[in-house]
Design a protein around this ligand. Structure first.
Ligand SMILES: [Zn+2]
Ligand SMILES: [Zn+2]
Length: 412
């Protein structure tokens, strides 16, 4: 079921009416307000004024003393409760407003929740659309990441594990009422001679193309894992049963050297994963994560209506002062389906960010932000969840149409 408010937003953008909030929870109302915020800043004047007008109407019903409103017609305040649209009265009720019918009595409401004011307050709403968990090379379980994000005040997040979407099956069973989760993933993509990371967002987890794609990656990963394991077993004359291997595969969603050490440790061949590394896997060359071609990747994105953003663009160039090379790469990718670029990321300096931001706007590319937080165990990490270069990631770091697309793809 899609959020009711999507329709309301569309109505609002069509300059027809105020947002009807009667069936929304408070969190939903906050989200509507915050997600509309970018439109005020970047949209056409007519839409802008329609939003401001609409929010003014709601504001009036919250802020004004009914008598003042009634008497002060010069300020346009000719609205009393009797001529308030029904939806506004419902809105008042929903947020616990005290509604009284007699003139001269106050309409009280938690005015922070709806109306123009919140649009601006929530500009600071924290987001993070690039986070890893232990479903790939991150250190924390998805539910712990979610807990941490909530604690740190993040309101909109996407988990973007490498070639893996299993975090979302885990999160299905975790309550996350106060946070908007956008489905995401970071895929390894080969384009020309470059090894790229491209983020994909807003796809349906049940989409058959998605299931097929990630099912195939899992198969390939398992086959590389088995090769690595075979090498260790032959070198050290270990004898591991097929039953144990199958069980390990069933219990795991990611297959790298870290997992191999864990496996050897769990079988009793070492007293710790670290010892397993020292004894058995130190010299084993880990196979690169599975890559797909750019064509294959963008075809998938098209099949599931997903958005694709080039992650941390500065990773793909040696020369950090000259962005021309990276810009032409981005334009090439745009031609074959890339939606936009991750302008705000810890790999880019402030100057890079400004440059890429301008470039995105000039070239009709969407822009986004993400911390690339990993929280790897035993690794000192500078990155913080919800932050880029120690600065909070907020809604104004995302292109408005990107936010709108997220909203539309969002399912409760
Ligand atoms: Zn990456
Ligand atoms: Zn990443």
């Amino acid at each position: 079921m899609k959020f009711r408010f999507i329709q309301e937003i569309q109505t609002l953008l069509n300059k027809e009416h105020v947002i009807e909030v009667d069936n929304m929870t408070i969190v939903e109302q906050q989200l509507v307000a915050s997600l509309l915020y970018p439109y005020i800043e970047e949209t056409s004047q007519s839409v802008k004024s329609s939003i401001i007008d609409s929010s003014k109407i709601i504001n009036q019903s919250f802020y004004k003393n009914a008598k003042d409103v009634h008497n002060d017609k010069s300020k346009g305040g000719d609205r009393t409760l009797s001529n308030l649209p029904n939806c506004e009265i419902m809105a008042c009720k929903k947020v616990g407003a005290k509604i009284v019918t007699g003139l001269g009595e106050k309409i009280e409401a938690s005015s922070k929740l709806v109306g123009r004011k919140i649009f601006f307050e929530n500009k600071e709403m924290m987001c993070d659309l690039h986070i890893h968990t232990n479903c790939s090379d991150g250190g924390l379980d998805p539910s712990l990441i979610l807990e941490k994000a909530v604690q740190d005040g993040v309101k909109i997040l996407s988990i973007t594990d490498h070639n893996n979407i299993d975090a979302y099956s885990i999160l299905k069973n975790v309550a996350h009422g106060d946070i908007l989760i956008i489905n995401g993933v970071e895929c390894d993509v080969k384009f020309q001679d470059k090894d790229l990371h491209i983020l994909m967002y807003g796809f349906d987890l049940e989409n058959k193309h998605i299931k097929q794609f990630f099912g195939k990656i899992r198969k390939d990963d398992i086959s590389s894992f088995r090769k690595m394991l075979k090498e260790v077993c032959q070198k050290h004359s270990l004898n591991i049963s097929e039953k144990d291997i199958l069980k390990f595969e069933k219990d795991n969603v990611y297959f790298d050297k870290v997992r191999l050490n864990n496996f050897l440790f769990s079988l009793g061949y070492a007293t710790s994963p670290r010892e397993a590394f020292n004894l058995f896997t130190k010299d084993i060359v880990e196979k690169k994560r599975k890559q797909v071609t750019a064509e294959e990747f963008f075809k998938l994105a098209k099949h599931c209506n997903a958005i694709t953003m080039l992650a941390h663009p500065m990773k793909y160039t040696e020369n950090k002062n000259d962005l021309n090379e990276i810009k032409s790469l981005i334009l090439e990718l745009q031609k074959i389906g890339l939606t936009g670029i991750e302008v705000f990321n810890n790999r880019q300096t402030k100057m890079n960010q400004e440059d890429l931001f301008k470039f995105a706007k000039e070239n009709n590319l969407e822009y986004s932000a993400g911390s690339d937080f990993h929280c790897k165990i035993g690794v000192q990490e500078e990155k913080e969840i919800g932050h880029v270069l120690s600065q909070k990631i907020t809604l104004n770091m995302f292109s408005p149409s990107l936010i709108k697309t997220f909203l539309l793809s969002y399912k409760k």
